[in-house]
Design a protein around this ligand. Sequence first.
Ligand SMILES: C[S@@+](CC[C@H](N)C(=O)[O-])C[C@H]1O[C@@H](n2cnc3c(N)ncnc32)[C@H](O)[C@@H]1O
Length: 418
Amino acid sequence: MALSDLQCRRLDEKLAARPGGHSAQYLLFLKSPAGAGELAELIDAITVQKTDLFRDESQLLALRTHVLEPLVASKRRPLRIWSAGCATGEEVATLLVMLAEMGADAGSTVLGTDISETAIARARELCFTSEQLQRVHPMVRDRWFVPVGAGRFTLVAHLKDRASFACHNLMDSPYPAAAEGQGFDLIACRNVLIYFTPESFDRVVGLLAERLAPEGLLMLSATEPLLRTPPGLRTVRCEQAFFYARALEPAPLVPRTPSGSGLPAVGARPSPEVGPPPAATMDRPSEARSSGRFPAIGAERPPVPAVAASAHSEAEALFAQVLEWAAEASEVSPQTADTLRRCLTLDPDLASARYLLGMVLEQRGALAEAAAEFRKALRSLEEGRARATPFYLNNARLQVACARAIERLERAGSTPPR
Ligand SMILES: C[S@@+](CC[C@H](N)C(=O)[O-])C[C@H]1O[C@@H](n2cnc3c(N)ncnc32)[C@H](O)[C@@H]1O
């Protein structure tokens, strides 16, 4: 994991409170069965288990329309889904409800795994508070959740039966397999890999891809898109989100740079930290496009003077071009950095383009330049100048991503802290 300063402090505090906490013997103890309890505590100190029912409306909408509904219609067999890094089970419940709402085969299953035993213990209950359920449409809530007292609700028994849970560290092999050794039709691994180093990110994406059924899909979150599609996967672009499908033919292997593929590129559109409207009432987006430009943001932006508006839309078109290259190629296009620079000359506050430039520079090993771009993006976000871009990180998440990137580069010693 790429621990933030806060996570390092938390870990240090825990270790300092244990006799010999920083010694090699303590490490051995943690690895032994006797140390399992303490190891679990340390894991909980450094993992972020924030989650929610129906998290990220736009992405789930795209998932339903472009992935699950066609799968349900074409497969006519139980679907096998894995929520990797499921935290306390909200994503598992969301997927089960979505499957039920669209009439998927009753034998469809969702496996939830997480490194945290505490999280998995809670996830197994599939029990949620009335506040969490406020985000779910009353009709959907009444169909799939039953009250269990004290303002809590649980999934109906026949949906609960389709869920299974296990403690699993994504850094450990083997990975779970679906029933009868089949691949998974969908693996959701959202908001997990953002905490990983680029090397671990690459490794885990590769291992997850191996666990997909042919044409199965990997769903990362909007903050974890891939800058280049790894071998064996291809990008599936929808109107509002990106997924990665297991390619039928293995893609030729490409040499990897030491900095790893890292991110960024394309993702779902800004996702407020509130739940979406219920699956049953979500509007259908227009059809997926295999190629083409991203639409302008339109009404989501405050009005801007005509000259600025045309510069902004030109910048957006350039940015869309970069995203398109990223979606189509397995390597970063050599024109990417120059195109992003042109885009930023037109619109210096297109913070997602600046973040992307930082990532490209970091991959090339230009660490000081990368840090400077991340800092500029962060400043523009903090000062409220940054504009939102369609189909990319929302500004709140982008701010966190920039801060983490700066921290990462400062910790690597490539750039002095400011
Ligand atoms: C922010 S939550 C995301 C939950 C859910 N996927 C979502 O998007 O709402 C991240 C979860 O990843 C888990 N996690 C972190 N590192 C992990 C690892 N190496 N293996 C498995 N799970 C991990 C954490 O314990 C945490 O519950």
